[in-house]
Design a protein around this ligand. Sequence first.
Ligand code: FE
Ligand code: FE
Ligand code: MG
Length: 158
Amino acid sequence: MGTKGREIIGKDVDKILEMLGKAFSDEWLAYYQYWIGAKVVKGKMAGQVIAELEEHAGDELRHAGMLADRILQLGGKPPLKPEDWYKMTNCGYEAPDDPSSKAILEQNIKGEQCAIDAYTKLLEFVKDKDPITYFMVQEILKDEVEHEDDLETLLEEI
Ligand code: FE
Ligand code: FE
Ligand code: MG
């Protein structure tokens, strides 16, 4: 933990840590939803859909890493048990019970839209409070906006 780095944020640091822990939980669930989706998907354009889902899975895992690093830097503790992800998530998890490429794309679009909302709120909260987290969340949000667009473009072609 960076003592001065934590101090400059002031009284809101615990609230920020809570929001980062929730986002971390979302990222792991999103990672798994993409990862398992890429394994089970079938139907129209399955090859292209698999490539996109795998790419997004990698991005979500990278986001989880960024969030964990920032949580630790602020003296917090990332959720240590997968069961905590379910308790803390904003966006939840949707199992790919219907493995058609259309259904899987729709589920993941919904997830991205929730992520965009959640990160927009986080960005708003840390603005003028925590420039490091602000910059990091901006980078993540940029990826989520791209993810939604990529999936919607694929869905239009199906
Ligand atoms: Fe993400
Ligand atoms: Fe995403
Ligand atoms: Mg993409």
